[in-house]
Design a protein around this ligand. Structure first.
Ligand code: NAD
Ligand code: UDP
Length: 330
């Protein structure tokens, strides 16, 4: 049986829990897992996600939707867990910072407890925020980070760091099969139009002829990964052998400044919007780019979708959303 494990996993439908499955990344993950023939339970409290994101799956016999807050225990039977539940944009995670820490920490404890009870393999959606405002560039997994423990971003950064600690302690103490992915800035259709993240903000501003708000001088950098590439990385990682736990960086190493991003989006949308400069938020990381050599070596993974192609699809999504204004009341 053990020798057959790899093939066996690919043939028999697995029952998979996706927490935060109605969110931006989670809904793409649910879709892909169902497409690949798995049974998926999507659990979400709809804090930032919405049913609409998984509406196309609701008729599938392979899909089940559960309203549940992971800060409370969950008793179900599953083979695998992807733990994505957590608001991801600074605007959303700073709205109720205590709840953000609870979701990261209590949520991780509950999902790890579930994994331990049913002996499920468990994946954690960790983040590049583990590295804080990094002094090492690009960021490799063995860099421990430079994080403010008491600032406005700390509920998320430290919450996610504590979750990583819990994952590795459950592995050491209880022998759990864990997969910890450090996700870098990801974008694509189904981002929330009001989440304040830079890609959604700039596209919404450009499409509605509002000023493009660049924080600071726009010299800070980020590296943007298209959501479809990220999902492929998740699935490859989850299907590695039990000894590969991560943490592993998943992101696109192509780095640009925020000012360059603003100019590209203005150009691609043909917008008349002007760029305005606003104060840089506190503890805003100055540079961020993943070193993805570990993902290349262990998963044979690297992003395939360039920024222009990904932005084109994302802009088309927001154009359509603006046409259907009533959905979000925007
Ligand atoms: P999102 O806000 O769109 O999705 C998060 C989902 O979790 C939402 O559907 C929300 O309703 C749900 N949720 C929040 N708290 C919950 C709780 N207590 N119980 C149940 N559900 C809850 O964000 P996203 O961009 O899709 O991010 C998904 C995951 O990936 C998060 O864990 C985030 O930290 C991580 N991540 C995302 C990025 C990125 O660039 N998008 C980068 C790094 C890490
Ligand atoms: N940013 C900006 N204008 C905006 C929104 C964000 O200049 O309207 C900047 C922000 O200060 C940060 C970068 O864009 O330097 C990415 O911000 P985001 O909130 O998307 O992600 P994070 O800071 O978590 O990487």
């Amino acid at each position: 049986m053990a020798a057959l494990e790899g093939d066996f996993n690919n043939l028999v439908p697995r029952k998979i829990l996706v927490t935060g499955g109605a969110g931006f990344i989670g809904s793409h993950l649910c879709e892909e897992l169902v497409t690949r023939g798995n049974d998926v339970i999507c659990c979400d409290n709809y804090f930032t996600g919405q049913k609409d994101h998984v509406r196309s799956l609701l008729d599938s016999p392979r899909f089940e939707l559960l309203r549940h807050d992971i800060t409370f225990p969950l008793y179900i039977e599953v083979d695998e867990i992807y733990n994505l539940a957590c608001p991801a944009s600074p605007v959303h995670y700073q709205f109720d910072p205590v709840q953000t820490t609870k979701t990261c920490v209590h949520g991780a404890i509950n999902m790890l407890g579930l994994a331990k009870r049913v002996r499920a393999r468990i994946f954690q959606a960790s983040t590049s925020e583990i590295y804080g405002d990094p002094e090492v560039h690009p960021q490799r997994e063995d860099y421990w980070g430079w994080v403010n423990p008491i600032g406005p971003r700390s509920c998320y950064d430290e919450g996610k760091r504590c979750a990583e600690t819990l994952f590795f302690d459950y592995r050491r103490q209880h022998g759990l099969e864990i997969k910890v992915a450090r996700i870098f800035n990801t974008y694509g259709p189904r981002m929330h139009p009001n989440d304040g993240r830079v890609v959604s903000n700039f596209i919404m501003q450009a499409l509605s002829s509002k000023p493009i708000t660049v924080y600071g001088k726009g010299e800070q950098t980020r590296s943007f990964c298209y959501v479809q590439d990220l999902i492929e990385g998740f699935l490859r990682f989850m299907n590695t052998g039990p000894d590969f736990t991560g943490p592993v960086n998943l992101g696109n190493p192509s780095e640009i400044t925020i000012l360059e991003l603003a100019e590209i989006i203005i150009d691609m949308t043909g917008s008349k919007s002007e760029i305005v400069f606003k104060p840089l938020p506190k503890n805003d990381p100055r540079r961020r780019r993943p070193d993805i050599s570990l993902a290349g070596e262990k998963l044979g993974w690297e992003p395939q979708v360039g920024l222009a192609e990904g932005l084109e699809k994302t802009i088309a999504y927001f154009e359509e959303l603006i046409r259907k204004r009533s959905t979000y009341g925007i």
